[in-house]
Design a protein around this ligand. Sequence first.
Ligand SMILES: [Mg+2]
Length: 240
Amino acid sequence: MTRLLVAFDADDTLWHNEPYYLQARQRFADLLKDYGQPEVVSAALDGIEIANVQVYGYGIKSFTLSMIETALTFTDHRASGEIIAGIVALGREMLSAQVPLFEDVEMILAELSRSYELLLVTKGDLLEQENKVLRSGLLSFFRHIEIVREKTPLVYQALIERFGVPLQNFVMVGNSLKSDILPVLAIGGKAVYIPYVTTWSHEQVSDLGNTQGCYELQSLRDLPALLEYLTNQTAVSLTP
Ligand SMILES: [Mg+2]
């Protein structure tokens, strides 16, 4: 049996996410326009946000705390209540925003769910990501939703073992080399990289290393054909 277990990243793989953060960064810089140039404020926020991942994890609540911290830094701790209220409102707005799905994503997942077991593997804040999956309307296509703090080789290894499939039957699909592709290649799995127009600096990698088992596509629309090819490959490799 060569049925593939296909795991999907969510943010910027099935729906747009990074543009919301870019917009929020601009609006945040606007709130602080009396204290610094937008590019400088935005770069400072990025630095504080990345440092805070270790403390608060990923997600909008963490991002909101980072905006408050950046505002305090730029105003020498004199940020007005109005600025803080503006930041909190920005965070709340992001938490309930629409989930703008990629074009044809429902059709593609419906098609794939007939031939493969589909998982959703996303990292970040549990409540936030659960709500987002519910708002997306995509829940029914997945056998299981896994929300993890960080996507490491060990996390993927444990997931594959839990589902009891041979490593060669596991495929991860995502837009982040750092989170979706490299940790899967590190354990000898297959990964499908579908780049998004923008990537958060924290997710960028400079050294790809060994890319065996990595496939790059321009669009999710090309995935059904690739999975069919991988199914045949797996069948050949299992033939004695
Ligand atoms: Mg992503």
